[in-house]
Design a protein. Structure first.
Length: 163
């Protein structure tokens, strides 16, 4: 019984986050982009539910589901699930980034999966071939794991950690 309760509660919470973001008038619920600036919502605006970038899309931040070849977020905290080939996040990200290459200049709280993962600060798990974090509070699993500050080892194969 408890397991069946988690999905509706999670969906409800995500729905409330998206609704509050869209209702405040600060974001658009949907973004479709071919290549910035050929997109529905201007790049200086946030997206509050779903963004799909056929080639390259750029917005301030996204809350919800972010799909595309190259997903670029420039400011604020992006939250949710981000999947594609390349993630370029100039600010912070909370959730799951699943790209071949994840490049996050700010803090990541959650999970990064890909061939190459990097964040200036990471709280969670990095799973990839090469993992890099300026500061790490969590676990790295991969062929090469680099933690510049606070890691068990500065560079270590297979697994590295900092708690």
């Amino acid at each position: 019984m408890a397991r069946t309760m988690h999905l509706p509660v999670g969906v409800t919470i995500l729905g409330l986050i998206i609704f509050s973001s869209v209702a405040s008038g600060q974001s658009s619920p949907i973004q479709l982009s071919l290549v910035t600036p050929i997109q529905i919502v201007p790049e200086g605006q946030s997206v509050g539910a779903f963004r799909f970038n056929l080639i390259y899309g750029r917005n301030t931040h996204v809350t919800g589901l972010d799909l595309g070849l190259v997903n670029h977020n420039t400011a604020g905290v992006s939250k949710g699930v981000q999947w594609g080939i390349v993630a370029l996040v100039d600010a912070d990200f909370n959730g799951w980034q699943g790209h071949w290459v994840n490049l996050t200049e700010g803090r990541v709280e959650g999970l990064q999966t890909g061939l190459y993962n990097t964040a200036s600060s990471m709280s969670g798990v990095q799973l990839g071939v090469v993992n890099h974090a300026g500061k790490m509070y969590g676990l790295q699993i991969g062929l090469v794991n680099i933690i510049k500050t606070g890691g068990q080892f500065p560079v270590f194969p297979i697994v590295n950690w900092s708690f």
